[in-house]
Ligand binder design. Structure first.
Ligand SMILES: N=c1c2ncn([C@@H]3O[C@H](COP(=O)(O)OP(=O)(O)OP(=O)(O)O)[C@@H](O)[C@H]3O)c2ncn1[C@@H]1O[C@H](COP(=O)(O)O)[C@@H](O)[C@H]1O
Length: 107
């Protein structure tokens, strides 16, 4: 169990992206723009899929971390806060609750 959250990572990315630090991967990726950031996200998604299909759980953890990091970089480049995505997920939870009730009533 860890107290580290995606909110923490979003804050780190936001700070590093605007740091202008030449040694920062985040700053360099942010400066290179959406096309490059989105390409990296796609690569990490494919690498995560390969690890999952191979059943390599160690690699799956590592690639999932890369995937979530690059996904948050893409959100940052797009100017979309993580909270917007979490709100959408929360909205869907409410909707699925309604859908479940409807299907129970039909059954
Ligand atoms: N979580 C990450 C993280 N995950 C992956 N990466 C970097 O993502 C890069 C891409 O991984 P690849 O294996 O595809 O790398 P590559 O082959 O060197 O890249 P390409 O040549 O293919 O473009 C690597 O350089 C990794 O270090 C990350 N870089 C940073 N973070 C977080 O961001 C913080 C700030 O990092 P800096 O911006 O580097 O200071 C760190 O403390 C971490 O919390």
């Amino acid at each position: 169990m860890t107290g580290f959250s995606l909110n923490d990572l979003e804050r780190i990315i936001s700070e590093r992206a605007r740091s202008g630090d030449a040694n920062s991967w985040t700053a360099r990726l942010y400066a290179s723009g959406m096309e490059r950031a989105a390409k990296k996200l796609g690569e990490e998604a494919v690498e995560t899929v390969i690890a999952a299909v191979r059943g390599d759980t160690g690699e799956l953890v590592s690639e999932s971390a890369d995937l979530l990091y690059h996904w948050l970089v893409v959100l940052t480049v797009a100017g979309v806060p993580l909270s917007d995505v979490l709100q959408e997920l929360q909205r869907r939870t409410g909707q699925s609750g309604i859908a479940e009730k409807a299907s129970r009533n039909q059954g």
